[in-house]
Write a protein that binds this ligand. Structure first.
Ligand SMILES: Cc1ncc(COP(=O)(O)O)c(C=O)c1O
Length: 365
Protein backbone atom coordinates (compact mmCIF):
# COMPACT_ATOMS: atom_id res chain seq x y z
CA UNK A 1 0.00 0.00 0.00
CA UNK A 2 1.26 3.49 -0.80
CA UNK A 3 0.08 5.79 1.97
CA UNK A 4 -0.61 9.50 1.79
CA UNK A 5 2.15 10.69 4.11
CA UNK A 6 3.60 7.91 6.27
CA UNK A 7 6.24 8.42 8.97
CA UNK A 8 9.84 8.43 7.76
CA UNK A 9 12.39 7.90 10.50
CA UNK A 10 15.95 9.19 10.17
CA UNK A 11 17.39 6.13 11.93
CA UNK A 12 18.65 8.16 14.88
CA UNK A 13 15.34 8.11 16.75
CA UNK A 14 15.76 4.61 18.16
CA UNK A 15 19.17 5.50 19.58
CA UNK A 16 17.68 8.53 21.36
CA UNK A 17 14.69 6.52 22.61
CA UNK A 18 17.17 3.99 24.07
CA UNK A 19 19.00 6.84 25.81
CA UNK A 20 15.72 8.07 27.26
CA UNK A 21 15.09 4.55 28.59
CA UNK A 22 18.59 4.34 30.04
CA UNK A 23 18.05 7.62 31.89
CA UNK A 24 14.72 6.19 33.15
CA UNK A 25 12.97 9.45 32.31
CA UNK A 26 9.91 7.61 31.05
CA UNK A 27 7.83 10.65 31.86
CA UNK A 28 6.44 13.87 30.39
CA UNK A 29 9.69 15.63 31.23
CA UNK A 30 13.40 14.99 30.78
CA UNK A 31 16.46 15.73 28.67
CA UNK A 32 14.79 15.06 25.32
CA UNK A 33 11.76 17.25 26.01
CA UNK A 34 14.15 20.14 26.75
CA UNK A 35 16.29 19.30 23.71
CA UNK A 36 13.29 19.08 21.40
CA UNK A 37 12.01 22.46 22.57
CA UNK A 38 15.48 23.98 22.01
CA UNK A 39 15.70 22.50 18.51
CA UNK A 40 12.32 23.96 17.58
CA UNK A 41 13.33 27.36 18.96
CA UNK A 42 16.63 27.34 17.08
CA UNK A 43 15.05 26.20 13.84
CA UNK A 44 12.02 28.52 13.78
CA UNK A 45 13.53 31.48 15.57
CA UNK A 46 10.71 31.52 18.15
CA UNK A 47 11.85 32.79 21.55
CA UNK A 48 9.99 30.18 23.58
CA UNK A 49 8.61 26.69 22.97
CA UNK A 50 6.51 24.18 24.87
CA UNK A 51 6.32 20.53 23.79
CA UNK A 52 2.79 19.19 24.22
CA UNK A 53 0.90 15.99 23.47
CA UNK A 54 -0.54 17.31 20.19
CA UNK A 55 -1.19 20.55 18.32
CA UNK A 56 -4.86 20.62 19.33
CA UNK A 57 -3.87 20.91 23.00
CA UNK A 58 -1.38 23.62 22.03
CA UNK A 59 -4.17 25.70 20.47
CA UNK A 60 -6.34 25.13 23.53
CA UNK A 61 -3.54 26.36 25.80
CA UNK A 62 -3.09 29.44 23.60
CA UNK A 63 -6.76 30.37 24.02
CA UNK A 64 -6.68 29.63 27.76
CA UNK A 65 -3.57 31.73 28.37
CA UNK A 66 -5.10 34.65 26.46
CA UNK A 67 -8.39 34.29 28.34
CA UNK A 68 -10.45 33.85 25.17
CA UNK A 69 -13.71 32.31 26.43
CA UNK A 70 -17.40 32.89 25.68
CA UNK A 71 -16.25 35.00 22.73
CA UNK A 72 -16.06 34.90 18.95
CA UNK A 73 -12.97 33.50 17.24
CA UNK A 74 -12.42 33.79 13.49
CA UNK A 75 -10.92 30.79 11.73
CA UNK A 76 -10.53 29.68 8.14
CA UNK A 77 -13.32 27.34 7.06
CA UNK A 78 -10.92 25.38 4.83
CA UNK A 79 -9.02 23.44 7.47
CA UNK A 80 -8.96 20.35 9.64
CA UNK A 81 -11.26 20.18 12.67
CA UNK A 82 -8.19 20.36 14.95
CA UNK A 83 -8.05 24.11 14.20
CA UNK A 84 -11.60 24.58 15.45
CA UNK A 85 -12.28 22.16 18.30
CA UNK A 86 -10.14 24.15 20.78
CA UNK A 87 -12.37 27.20 20.08
CA UNK A 88 -15.30 25.17 21.42
CA UNK A 89 -13.42 23.91 24.49
CA UNK A 90 -13.68 27.43 25.95
CA UNK A 91 -17.33 27.89 24.89
CA UNK A 92 -16.32 30.30 22.13
CA UNK A 93 -18.17 30.59 18.84
CA UNK A 94 -16.21 30.14 15.61
CA UNK A 95 -16.76 32.63 12.81
CA UNK A 96 -15.75 30.92 9.58
CA UNK A 97 -13.82 32.77 6.91
CA UNK A 98 -13.51 31.50 3.35
CA UNK A 99 -10.22 31.39 1.46
CA UNK A 100 -8.34 33.45 -1.09
CA UNK A 101 -6.75 32.27 -4.34
CA UNK A 102 -3.91 30.76 -2.26
CA UNK A 103 -6.41 28.58 -0.33
CA UNK A 104 -5.83 30.47 2.93
CA UNK A 105 -7.95 32.87 5.02
CA UNK A 106 -9.23 35.69 2.83
CA UNK A 107 -8.21 39.00 4.40
CA UNK A 108 -11.10 40.97 2.87
CA UNK A 109 -13.66 38.57 4.29
CA UNK A 110 -11.88 38.67 7.64
CA UNK A 111 -12.06 42.45 7.64
CA UNK A 112 -15.81 42.29 6.98
CA UNK A 113 -16.27 39.71 9.76
CA UNK A 114 -14.28 41.87 12.18
CA UNK A 115 -16.48 44.88 11.37
CA UNK A 116 -19.67 42.94 12.00
CA UNK A 117 -18.63 40.84 15.02
CA UNK A 118 -16.80 41.35 18.27
CA UNK A 119 -13.96 38.98 17.40
CA UNK A 120 -11.35 38.45 20.12
CA UNK A 121 -8.91 36.14 18.34
CA UNK A 122 -8.04 34.82 14.89
CA UNK A 123 -6.81 31.27 14.42
CA UNK A 124 -4.97 31.23 11.12
CA UNK A 125 -4.30 27.77 9.69
CA UNK A 126 -1.41 27.45 7.22
CA UNK A 127 -2.42 24.40 5.23
CA UNK A 128 -0.79 21.62 3.20
CA UNK A 129 2.69 22.92 4.06
CA UNK A 130 2.06 26.29 2.40
CA UNK A 131 1.52 29.64 4.08
CA UNK A 132 -1.19 32.30 4.26
CA UNK A 133 -0.74 35.84 3.02
CA UNK A 134 -0.05 37.00 6.54
CA UNK A 135 0.65 40.75 6.28
CA UNK A 136 -2.94 41.95 5.70
CA UNK A 137 -4.17 39.61 8.41
CA UNK A 138 -1.56 40.89 10.87
CA UNK A 139 -2.62 44.40 9.98
CA UNK A 140 -6.33 43.71 10.64
CA UNK A 141 -5.50 42.07 13.97
CA UNK A 142 -3.26 44.93 15.02
CA UNK A 143 -5.76 47.60 14.03
CA UNK A 144 -8.57 45.92 15.92
CA UNK A 145 -6.69 44.64 18.98
CA UNK A 146 -7.25 41.01 18.08
CA UNK A 147 -4.89 38.19 19.03
CA UNK A 148 -3.42 36.24 16.12
CA UNK A 149 -2.75 32.55 16.77
CA UNK A 150 -1.10 30.67 13.91
CA UNK A 151 -2.12 27.09 13.39
CA UNK A 152 1.08 25.97 11.68
CA UNK A 153 0.27 22.30 12.40
CA UNK A 154 0.85 21.46 8.73
CA UNK A 155 3.53 23.99 7.90
CA UNK A 156 6.61 23.40 10.04
CA UNK A 157 9.54 24.65 7.97
CA UNK A 158 7.56 26.95 5.68
CA UNK A 159 8.85 30.49 5.65
CA UNK A 160 8.48 34.04 4.32
CA UNK A 161 11.29 36.07 2.76
CA UNK A 162 10.82 39.56 4.16
CA UNK A 163 12.54 42.61 2.70
CA UNK A 164 14.07 44.73 5.46
CA UNK A 165 14.36 48.53 5.44
CA UNK A 166 18.07 48.21 4.57
CA UNK A 167 17.16 46.19 1.46
CA UNK A 168 18.34 42.86 2.87
CA UNK A 169 16.14 39.76 2.97
CA UNK A 170 15.23 38.01 6.18
CA UNK A 171 13.62 34.62 6.63
CA UNK A 172 10.74 34.30 9.09
CA UNK A 173 9.05 30.98 9.73
CA UNK A 174 5.33 30.30 9.81
CA UNK A 175 4.13 30.12 13.39
CA UNK A 176 6.35 32.97 14.60
CA UNK A 177 4.27 36.01 13.58
CA UNK A 178 1.33 35.61 15.94
CA UNK A 179 1.24 35.84 19.70
CA UNK A 180 1.31 32.01 19.58
CA UNK A 181 1.98 29.43 16.90
CA UNK A 182 1.57 25.70 16.97
CA UNK A 183 3.18 22.80 15.05
CA UNK A 184 1.90 19.23 14.86
CA UNK A 185 4.01 16.07 14.96
CA UNK A 186 1.13 13.72 14.29
CA UNK A 187 1.90 10.50 12.38
CA UNK A 188 1.15 11.96 8.95
CA UNK A 189 3.04 15.24 9.30
CA UNK A 190 6.34 16.34 7.74
CA UNK A 191 8.05 15.11 10.94
CA UNK A 192 6.40 12.93 13.51
CA UNK A 193 6.66 11.90 17.14
CA UNK A 194 3.64 9.58 16.54
CA UNK A 195 1.52 12.20 18.27
CA UNK A 196 2.85 15.50 19.47
CA UNK A 197 2.82 19.24 19.17
CA UNK A 198 4.88 22.29 20.01
CA UNK A 199 3.43 25.63 21.07
CA UNK A 200 5.72 28.55 20.29
CA UNK A 201 5.66 32.23 21.08
CA UNK A 202 7.86 35.26 21.43
CA UNK A 203 6.71 36.13 24.93
CA UNK A 204 8.43 33.82 27.39
CA UNK A 205 5.98 34.67 30.15
CA UNK A 206 3.03 33.53 28.08
CA UNK A 207 4.74 30.22 27.29
CA UNK A 208 5.56 29.91 30.99
CA UNK A 209 1.87 30.29 31.78
CA UNK A 210 1.02 27.66 29.13
CA UNK A 211 3.63 25.33 30.69
CA UNK A 212 1.96 25.79 34.08
CA UNK A 213 -1.52 25.04 32.67
CA UNK A 214 -0.19 22.03 30.74
CA UNK A 215 1.02 20.38 33.97
CA UNK A 216 -2.27 20.41 35.89
CA UNK A 217 -1.78 24.04 37.05
CA UNK A 218 0.24 22.83 40.03
CA UNK A 219 1.32 25.81 42.16
CA UNK A 220 5.12 25.74 42.19
CA UNK A 221 5.63 27.12 45.69
CA UNK A 222 3.96 24.21 47.46
CA UNK A 223 5.05 20.61 47.98
CA UNK A 224 1.54 19.62 49.01
CA UNK A 225 -0.27 19.89 45.63
CA UNK A 226 -2.04 23.22 45.70
CA UNK A 227 -4.26 24.22 42.75
CA UNK A 228 -6.02 27.52 42.17
CA UNK A 229 -7.27 27.05 38.61
CA UNK A 230 -8.18 24.40 36.04
CA UNK A 231 -5.19 22.75 34.43
CA UNK A 232 -4.52 20.00 31.89
CA UNK A 233 -2.22 17.05 31.43
CA UNK A 234 -0.90 18.14 28.04
CA UNK A 235 2.89 17.64 28.16
CA UNK A 236 4.89 15.57 25.68
CA UNK A 237 6.53 12.35 26.84
CA UNK A 238 10.34 12.22 26.98
CA UNK A 239 10.21 9.08 24.81
CA UNK A 240 8.28 10.85 22.07
CA UNK A 241 10.50 13.92 22.35
CA UNK A 242 13.48 11.58 21.72
CA UNK A 243 11.81 10.61 18.44
CA UNK A 244 11.32 14.30 17.71
CA UNK A 245 15.02 15.06 18.28
CA UNK A 246 15.94 12.40 15.70
CA UNK A 247 13.36 13.80 13.26
CA UNK A 248 14.62 17.36 13.55
CA UNK A 249 18.00 16.24 12.19
CA UNK A 250 16.39 15.62 8.79
CA UNK A 251 13.86 18.44 8.61
CA UNK A 252 15.45 20.20 5.61
CA UNK A 253 16.10 16.88 3.85
CA UNK A 254 12.43 15.97 4.20
CA UNK A 255 11.29 19.36 2.89
CA UNK A 256 13.59 19.08 -0.13
CA UNK A 257 12.12 15.65 -0.90
CA UNK A 258 8.52 16.86 -0.47
CA UNK A 259 9.23 19.67 -2.91
CA UNK A 260 10.86 17.28 -5.35
CA UNK A 261 7.80 15.00 -5.23
CA UNK A 262 5.57 18.01 -5.91
CA UNK A 263 7.70 18.89 -8.96
CA UNK A 264 7.39 15.34 -10.28
CA UNK A 265 3.59 15.50 -10.03
CA UNK A 266 3.60 18.85 -11.78
CA UNK A 267 5.70 17.40 -14.56
CA UNK A 268 3.52 14.31 -15.07
CA UNK A 269 0.03 15.75 -14.55
CA UNK A 270 -1.58 18.50 -16.60
CA UNK A 271 -3.81 19.76 -13.79
CA UNK A 272 -3.92 22.70 -11.40
CA UNK A 273 -1.93 22.56 -8.18
CA UNK A 274 -2.06 24.57 -4.98
CA UNK A 275 -0.33 27.89 -5.68
CA UNK A 276 2.62 29.17 -3.67
CA UNK A 277 2.74 32.81 -2.55
CA UNK A 278 5.65 34.77 -3.95
CA UNK A 279 8.48 35.35 -1.47
CA UNK A 280 7.57 32.28 0.53
CA UNK A 281 8.88 28.75 0.68
CA UNK A 282 6.21 26.18 1.37
CA UNK A 283 7.15 22.62 2.24
CA UNK A 284 4.60 20.89 -0.03
CA UNK A 285 3.80 18.64 2.92
CA UNK A 286 1.03 17.23 0.72
CA UNK A 287 0.81 17.62 -3.02
CA UNK A 288 -2.74 18.79 -3.69
CA UNK A 289 -4.34 18.90 -7.09
CA UNK A 290 -7.52 20.46 -8.48
CA UNK A 291 -8.87 18.56 -11.46
CA UNK A 292 -10.01 20.39 -14.55
CA UNK A 293 -12.73 17.88 -15.34
CA UNK A 294 -12.12 14.67 -13.43
CA UNK A 295 -14.25 13.57 -10.50
CA UNK A 296 -11.84 13.29 -7.54
CA UNK A 297 -13.99 10.56 -5.99
CA UNK A 298 -13.56 8.42 -9.12
CA UNK A 299 -9.80 9.03 -9.07
CA UNK A 300 -9.67 8.17 -5.37
CA UNK A 301 -11.52 4.88 -6.00
CA UNK A 302 -9.24 3.93 -8.87
CA UNK A 303 -6.15 4.67 -6.80
CA UNK A 304 -7.59 2.67 -3.89
CA UNK A 305 -8.05 -0.40 -6.12
CA UNK A 306 -4.35 -0.06 -6.92
CA UNK A 307 -3.52 0.12 -3.19
CA UNK A 308 -2.73 3.81 -3.29
CA UNK A 309 -4.15 6.14 -0.66
CA UNK A 310 -5.44 9.60 -1.57
CA UNK A 311 -7.82 11.89 0.33
CA UNK A 312 -10.26 14.66 -0.54
CA UNK A 313 -9.27 18.23 0.27
CA UNK A 314 -10.67 19.63 3.54
CA UNK A 315 -14.42 19.41 3.84
CA UNK A 316 -15.20 23.04 4.82
CA UNK A 317 -16.03 23.60 8.47
CA UNK A 318 -19.14 25.67 7.71
CA UNK A 319 -20.65 22.57 6.08
CA UNK A 320 -20.11 20.35 9.13
CA UNK A 321 -23.21 19.30 11.08
CA UNK A 322 -21.34 20.33 14.26
CA UNK A 323 -21.44 23.96 13.12
CA UNK A 324 -25.04 24.22 11.94
CA UNK A 325 -26.05 27.86 12.17
CA UNK A 326 -22.51 29.18 12.77
CA UNK A 327 -21.60 32.52 11.18
CA UNK A 328 -19.62 32.18 7.99
CA UNK A 329 -18.19 34.68 5.51
CA UNK A 330 -18.11 32.84 2.21
CA UNK A 331 -17.06 33.27 -1.40
CA UNK A 332 -17.59 29.73 -2.69
CA UNK A 333 -13.87 28.89 -2.98
CA UNK A 334 -13.59 26.31 -0.20
CA UNK A 335 -16.67 24.46 -1.48
CA UNK A 336 -15.28 24.48 -5.00
CA UNK A 337 -11.89 23.19 -3.85
CA UNK A 338 -13.54 20.43 -1.83
CA UNK A 339 -15.58 19.40 -4.87
CA UNK A 340 -12.68 19.29 -7.32
CA UNK A 341 -9.52 18.61 -5.34
CA UNK A 342 -7.49 15.69 -4.09
CA UNK A 343 -4.43 15.10 -1.88
CA UNK A 344 -1.96 12.80 -3.59
CA UNK A 345 0.57 10.46 -1.95
CA UNK A 346 3.47 12.57 -0.73
CA UNK A 347 5.55 10.24 1.46
CA UNK A 348 9.24 11.07 1.43
CA UNK A 349 10.35 7.58 0.39
CA UNK A 350 8.46 7.79 -2.93
CA UNK A 351 10.52 7.39 -6.09
CA UNK A 352 10.05 9.27 -9.34
CA UNK A 353 8.91 6.00 -10.95
CA UNK A 354 6.22 5.51 -8.30
CA UNK A 355 4.95 9.06 -8.78
CA UNK A 356 4.88 8.51 -12.53
CA UNK A 357 2.87 5.30 -12.07
CA UNK A 358 0.44 7.08 -9.73
CA UNK A 359 -0.01 9.80 -12.37
CA UNK A 360 -0.73 7.21 -15.06
CA UNK A 361 -3.53 5.80 -12.91
CA UNK A 362 -4.86 9.31 -12.25
CA UNK A 363 -4.80 10.11 -15.97
CA UNK A 364 -6.66 6.90 -16.84
CA UNK A 365 -9.45 7.63 -14.33
C1 LIG B 1 -4.54 22.37 10.27
C2 LIG B 1 -4.45 21.45 11.45
N1 LIG B 1 -4.68 21.96 12.67
C3 LIG B 1 -4.59 21.21 13.77
C4 LIG B 1 -4.26 19.88 13.69
C5 LIG B 1 -4.21 19.09 14.95
O1 LIG B 1 -2.96 18.53 15.17
P1 LIG B 1 -2.79 17.34 16.20
O2 LIG B 1 -3.25 16.10 15.51
O3 LIG B 1 -1.32 17.31 16.50
O4 LIG B 1 -3.61 17.66 17.39
C6 LIG B 1 -3.99 19.30 12.43
C7 LIG B 1 -3.62 17.91 12.19
O5 LIG B 1 -3.67 16.94 12.76
C8 LIG B 1 -4.12 20.10 11.29
O6 LIG B 1 -3.92 19.58 10.09
Amino acid sequence: MIYLSPPHMSGKEIEYVKKAFESNYIAPLGEFVDKFEDLIKNYTGAKAALAVCNATSGLHLALRVLGIKDSKVAVSTFTFIGSVNPILYERNKPVFIDVDEYWHMDAELLEKAVKENDIKAVILPHIYGQVADIEPILEICKKNDIYLIEDAAESLGAYYKLKMDNGEWKIKYSGTFGIFGVYSFNGNKLLTTSSGGVLVGNDENLIKKARFLSTQAKEADFMEYVHKEVGYNYRMSNILAAVGVGQMEVVEERIAKKREIFNWYREFLDEEFMPELSNTRGTRWLTTVVFKDKDPWEVMKKLRVNEIESRPLWNPMHLQPLFNGAKAYLNGRSEELFKKGLCLPSGTTLTQKQVKDICEIVKSS
